[in-house]
Ligand binder design. Structure first.
Ligand code: URP
Ligand code: ZN
Ligand code: ZN
Length: 482
């Protein structure tokens, strides 16, 4: 057999297995997995290394305006380079609709932005204006292009579409085989808390954590699940930050609800005490939902271990610690005016490997599931997330024994800080390839700008009979076909 590249001598890790073997690659695909493959125009020695499916980052804000209109620091070049140095061979950032904007226009805008990417990409489509034209014509056109996931917000005044809007989106998504992602926080609870804190003059960064109560997340998760059940639509809860929220997800999955969820390294690594760092340093840790406490960290790790979460994503939302980002509205500002979000696209997988695999919390196979395979299956990247013959040669080679202290300079993003600065890591990605082409290798960027390709994604195949609320069942609702 002819190979363009052979990766030899490594330990192959998939979501199910760990075994010695070589990988043969031709025309961007894996064409052989076997012992002692000879040949190959190029040969990569993976002795002592782990050879895994490249990471798939399923939650990142790249070249995207925030909920208050602030452009993040990373474009598709810096964002994709940072992702690759962090072990990812593809990613699915968001393409965000502004109210009044057509979905066709949103996609055209992001196509132009994403043309710089060095790794493969798709978009989750954020819908903030579910008009009839959007629901009837524009979303079906987006599906036809292979954009098979939407995101909606239950918070932020500029994004929140209300329960009726969510039902409309969920229903269209269900009809086409798309999955709806949701940022679940009760907007009115947050606004009420903001008002109380402001009246008391409590506006330092640490009060951000108080302003967005755990109950606000738990209530919204429950409500989002009820809305999804009414239309029998699959739902993905993004950035779960509370033990209560994770327990709801776990309970519903056990009950058969078509539910998926993620948490993020920041909720495992930091607490609300980080928001109370000296001066305005706490601004670096302002994200929504907010950081919680040590008990929550322990509970979330338990849910990571036991399979509640589909994936661990970064929610990379890069706002620099300066007047272009965190302080775009001024230096000494009350917490609600600090730009929301933390960077972490390059830190996600080294963090999960070091704190998860090396510390014995998760297995290597779980690492692959949480970092790649589950995202590929859930979001319809059918050719990615595995090492089987026929799949894209999207591969990350890790040195499980390499050590490093996390620092800004090895993030390769456009940020001026990393919240993970100083964290001692064991296990690092050494080589990342996308469709057989080297993206990064031994600390060097090999890929050229624009090398990444848009990945049309498959619709979600719903298994089982589904759930019909009795009020929507013609046998039980006086025959109404609704
Ligand atoms: O604080 C965060 N997570 N900012 C990014 C936008 C969002 O809510 O996902
Ligand atoms: Zn969010
Ligand atoms: Zn986000």
């Amino acid at each position: 057999m002819q190979f363009d590249t052979v990766i030899h001598g490594g330990t192959l890790v998939t979501s199910s297995d760990v075994a010695r073997g070589d990988i043969g690659i031709r025309d961007g695909r894996i064409v052989a997995v076997a012992e002692n493959l000879s040949g190959g125009d190029a040969r990569i020695d993976a002795g002592g290394r782990l050879v895994m499916p490249g990471g798939i980052e399923a939650h990142a804000h790249i070249a995207q305006e925030s909920s208050s209109g602030v452009m993040g620091a990373d474009d598709y070049l810096s964002g994709s380079v940072a992702a690759a140095f962090g072990g990812n061979s593809s990613f699915i950032p968001f393409a965000a609709q502004h109210r009044g904007q057509s979905v066709d226009d949103v996609i055209a805008t992001y196509d132009a932005r994403a043309a710089r990417s060095v790794i493969d990409y798709s978009y989750h489509l954020i819908i903030t204006d579910p008009s009839e034209a959007v629901l009837q014509d524009q979303l079906p056109r987006a599906f036809a292009r292979g954009i098979t996931s939407f995101k909606v917000f239950m918070t932020y005044d500029m994004m929140n579409i209300g329960d009726g809007g969510m039902l409309d989106i969920l229903s269209v998504a269900r009809d086409h085989g798309a999955i709806t992602m949701v940022h679940a926080e009760n907007n009115d609870m947050v606004k009420w808390m903001n008002g109380r804190l402001a009246r008391a003059g409590l506006v330092a960064p640490k009060y951000h954590a108080i302003s967005r109560p755990e109950l606000a997340e738990e209530e919204a998760i429950n409500r989002a699940i009820s809305l999804a059940k009414l239309v029998d639509a699959p739902l993905f809860i993004v950035h779960v930050s509370t033990a209560g929220g994770a327990a709801i997800v776990q309970r519903e999955i056990l009950a058969g609800t078509r539910l998926f969820a993620e948490t993020c390294p920041q909720y495992l690594a930091f607490t609300r005490d980080d928001l109370d760092r000296p001066g305005m340093e706490g601004a670096k840790f302002v994200c929504s939902p907010p950081l919680r406490d040590a008990a929550t960290q322990a509970a979330l790790w338990q849910h990571v271990k036991s399979g509640t979460f589909t994936s661990v994503s970064s929610d990379h939302a890069p706002y620099r610690y300066d007047e272009t980002g965190k302080f775009i509205k001024g230096r000494d500002i009350p917490y609600p005016q600090i730009s929301n979000g933390m960077p972490g696209i390059a830190a996600r997988l080294p963090y999960l490997f070091s704190e998860g695999v090396v510390k014995g919390r998760i297995s290597l196979q779980q690492f692959v599931s949480l970092s790649s395979t589950n995202a590929a299956r859930t979001f319809g990247m059918t050719d990615k997330g595995s090492l089987a013959p026929g799949m894209d040669a999207d591969i990350a080679i890790w040195d499980p024994e390499a050590t490093r202290v996390m620092s800004l300079q090895d993030q390769h993003d456009n940020m001026d800080y990393t919240p993970f600065e100083g964290l001692e890591l064991t296990g690092l990605p050494e080589t990342v390839m996308t469709r057989g082409a080297l993206i990064t290798h031994k600390g060097r960027l090999i890929a050229k700008e624009g090398q990444g390709k848009f990945v049309p994604r498959a619709p979600m195949r719903l298994l089982g009979d589904g759930y019909l609320a009795k009020e929507r069942d013609p046998a039980q609702n006086f025959g109404a076909q609704i």
